[in-house]
Ligand binder design. Structure first.
Ligand code: NAD
Length: 279
């Protein structure tokens, strides 16, 4: 069965980052033309050049913010003129803020002396930032980039959620809640678009060891896992971290015609983390 990916046009937000740069490469490897949208203009410009060189498929870096509708509309104009009508959207821009992260996993009596490390020390500014980037940052690009798909009654949207969307992880209250909102919105929009030929799904990556979180999960000096790293591995039945490359199969499946009757699902790619009760 043909996947129908070849020669399609995909917009990837957050393409300057660890996960979505790999996603963009896997799309290019399948002959998909990519528009790499990120606030980090330098990163996406460099990536576009790398992709064109390695895969011989058109790729463009398009600086824009997922929180700024005007910049997204401007980006769409550029994408349409350089690559044509949009077929796929990957909503990858996202992340956490230390302002909405507690210092302790669970509050105990002794924390009454240092409330800053608990829920009471969290800043609303942090909640706003995290909800804006992950939740509104999924909605706004979808509003702008899905119109081409709606007009031609064909297309696929993949949102990037997280393991913390099913059950919150300790400390990262806002990030967990914002990704739960992404799952909920994925289902809502899948129903809303279901008669317009546009499918909406999400991927929930489990724990990946990336440059951004390496310092949290492994001890810089010894290379041994930190206490949080040990907990993660103990609760991942496959007993290892995933890699950004291991998200690619699920992404290509959700975009391609192989999943033509699949909409409104959030697929965990997590080495079994979400299936394991810990016992
Ligand atoms: P990353 O920080 O490497 O990449 C995020 C990218 O988003 C960066 O290039 C950044 O410049 C861009 N960005 C930030 N604000 C933006 C804005 N307003 N407009 C446009 N671009 C913006 O992060 P990552 O680890 O590659 O994560 C990518 C996605 O995967 C995120 O949605 C994240 O929540 C999710 N995720 C990551 C992990 C993980 O272990 N790294 C696990 C589960 C889910």
């Amino acid at each position: 069965m043909d996947t129908n990916l070849n020669n399609k046009v995909a917009v990837v937000t957050g393409a300057g980052g660890v996960i979505c740069s790999e996603m963009a490469k896997s799309l290019a490897a399948m002959g998909v033309k990519t528009a790499l949208v990120d606030i980090n203009a330098e990163a996406v410009e460099k990536l576009a050049q790398e992709i064109e060189k390695e895969f011989k498929v058109t790729s463009i870096g398009v600086p824009a913010s997922v929180l700024d509708k005007d910049s997204l509309l401007e980006a769409k104009k550029i994408i349409n003129s350089k690559l044509g009508s949009i077929d796929y959207l990957i909503n990858g821009a996202g992340g956490n803020s230390p302002l909405a992260t507690s210092g302790v996993d669970q509050m105990v009596d002794a924390d009454m002396e240092n409330l800053d490390e608990t829920f009471f020390g969290m800043k609303m500014e942090g909640f706003d930032k995290v909800f804006d980037l992950n939740f509104k940052g999924t909605i706004l690009p979808t509003m702008v980039f899905s119109m081409d798909m709606i007009e031609k009654k064909e297309g696929s949207i993949v949102n990037v959620s997280s393991m913390n969307s099913y059950r919150p992880l300790t400390r990262i209250a806002a990030y967990s809640a914002a990704k739960a909102a992404v799952n909920n919105f994925t289902q809502w929009l899948s129903v809303h678009f279901s008669k317009m030929g546009v499918r909406v799904n999400a991927i929930a990556p489990g724990f990946l060891l990336t440059n951004q979180n390496r310092f949290l999960l492994t001890d810089e000096e010894t290379g041994e896992p930190t206490a949080r790293g040990v907990k993660i591995i103990n609760n991942t039945p496959m007993e290892r971290y995933g890699t950004p490359q291991e998200l690619q199969g699920t992404l290509l499946y959700l975009l391609s015609d192989w999943s033509a009757f699949v909409t409104g699902v959030v697929i965990p790619v997590d080495g079994g983390f979400s299936a394991y009760s810990g016992v």
